[in-house]
Structure formats: C-alpha cells, structure tokens
Write a protein that binds this ligand. Sequence first.
Ligand code: C2E
Ligand code: MG
Ligand code: MG
Ligand code: MG
Length: 290
Amino acid sequence: HAKLLGDRRHIAFSEDMAQRSIEMMNLENDLRHALNREELELHYQPKVSGHDGSVVGAEALIRWRHPRLGLVGPGDFIPLAEESGLIIPMGRWTLVTACKQYMLWQAEGIAPDSVSVNVSMRQFTDTSLLESVRDVLETTGIPPGCLDLEITESVMTGNVERAVSILNGLKSLGVTLSMDDFGTGYSSLNYLKTFPIDTLKIDQTFVRDLSHDTKDAAIVTTIVTLARNLGFNVIAEGVESHDQLAFLIGSDCPLFQGYLASRPLPVDAFTEFLRSRLPRGTVSATPPAS
Ligand code: C2E
Ligand code: MG
Ligand code: MG
Ligand code: MG
C-alpha cells in the first residue's frame, strides 16, 4: 500500500478496476432481467448496393437500453450473455423480433431481400438452434430465403464436422448463411470448400485503410476473387468514405455496409430509411413522399 500511495495513477487505476468489476457484476445481474423488462432492442443497418444505393438487406444489431447506463452496445454485454448462457433465450428473442419486423416491412412493400441475424459461438453450438430457427420460420411465416444468419469463422475452431453438420441443417431449412468478419479468424481456407455458406463479409479492419494501405487493398481484392471463384456473394463491412466505396466497386464488390450509407438505426428510423429508398427491383409508381 505504501507503494501505491506514492503513485496516484496506480491508485486511480486500481479503483477503476474495482469499479469496473462491480459494474460488471451488476451488469450480469441486470442482464438476467433485461429480457423480461423489455430493455433489449434491435437496431438495423442497411446492406446497400453501391451502384444505385438500393437496400438489399438489413442486419439486426442488438442494443440494451439500460435504465441507468443508457444504450449499451453488444460488445459490452454479449460476452456476459455468452458466459451466463443468457445468450440462448436472448438469441431466440432476436430471431423472432427480426423476423416479425421483416414481415411488417414486407406487408408495407418496403422489405429488402433479407434480414440478417448474428449468431454467436455459444448459440451456434447449442442444440436448440435448429429448432429455434425452424420455429421462427413457422410462427412468423417469413420466407426461409429471406432470413440470413451471420456466423463467424470461430465456429470452425471447435469440432469442424459438427459445425458443417449444423450448417447443413440450417441450410436445409432454406435460410442463407453469411460468414461475418471474414479474414480475421480461423485462417484455413480448406473449410470454405465444405462450408455451405452463401456470402463472405469482408471484415471492416481490411476496409478501414483501404485507400492508403496497399496490403489491405490486396487482401480485399483477393477475398473478392476468392468469393467469386467459389461462387459466394461478397459484401464489405465498415465502409465510411466514398474513396473506400470507389475502390470496392472497382474491385467487383459493390455491396457494402457502413456509415457511408447509414449507421445502425432504431427500428422506426430504419423503416423511414426503407421508405425513402425503395428496395432493389422495385418500381415506384409515385415518388416516395418527402
Ligand atoms: P458485426 O456483426 O460484425 O457488426 C458490425 C459492427 O460494426 C456493428 O457494431 C456496427 O454498428 C459497426 N459498424 C457498422 N458500420 C460501421 C462503420 O462504417 N464504421 C465502424 N467503425 N463501425 C461500423 P455493433 O452493433 O456494436 O456490434 C458489434 C458486434 O456485436 C457485431 O459485429 C456482432 O458480432 C455482435 N452482435 C450484434 N448484435 C448481435 C446479436 O443480436 N446477437 C449476437 N450474437 N451478436 C450480436
Ligand atoms: Mg454481423
Ligand atoms: Mg462483422
Ligand atoms: Mg464484428
């Protein structure tokens, strides 16, 4: 303690740590109630075509409207939810909510091609996933091809055969599969041959410095070529600038997500976004009201 007393920064750091672990314990406790108290919400980020700005998809991104802390991002509670197992009921809620929302958009004639839901490692390996997905298709009536599940390469760090069989099970239900954060995880290209996935999502870390980092540029063009040659769709994440988009379009990767098109939006704002930008292939008889 004598040592600590002499170093104010050190004390501050320790107090910070203590404060932080108390916050974390409280957070885990609060999280148990978040679902019942309806504190969770989904925001949506568009997947957009750089050619004409049309919206081809919507990704659901979970947020927690904490009564004291305000809006908490998934990075701050998904790990907790995974550890505690809460991710399972939470994941079910997310699936149902996103699919119901999609059906509302469809009823209004503004639905994009698909809605994407993120599925984390623990959800993926849980035996209830297939049943949950089958169930949500049935109860919401969403066309299976309009539900896209985003998984990460981390699912390949476990039992590969099991992962492939889970993916095949999901595919047999008719949903589509995207590989999120591609290029940042398990690096073997071998699994791409056996993986029944539809889309590679180029991780935002490669996109960030695209305009001035020639190595990132090389990685991006290589992923696009890989995707094309293997028959996958490809989309870039984290596009913030016109320069980045121009590079991507020039590299045969016109589909993107990122702040350039829109931040993730609360559902009402996203619905407005859809109304203002009719989905691909839609011919509008009357221009949308402004
Ligand atoms: P992700 O699926 O890779 O989502 C992309 C993240 O990048 C989102 O962060 C999004 O807000 C952010 N982002 C989008 N465009 C840009 C951009 O132009 N620039 C920058 N700097 N960032 C951008 P968010 O919403 O905090 O989500 C983080 C991660 O949490 C997600 O990464 C996903 O892995 C996970 N996650 C989100 N929602 C869910 C969910 O419902 N269930 C599960 N299991 N995981 C979720
Ligand atoms: Mg995602
Ligand atoms: Mg991602
Ligand atoms: Mg991510």
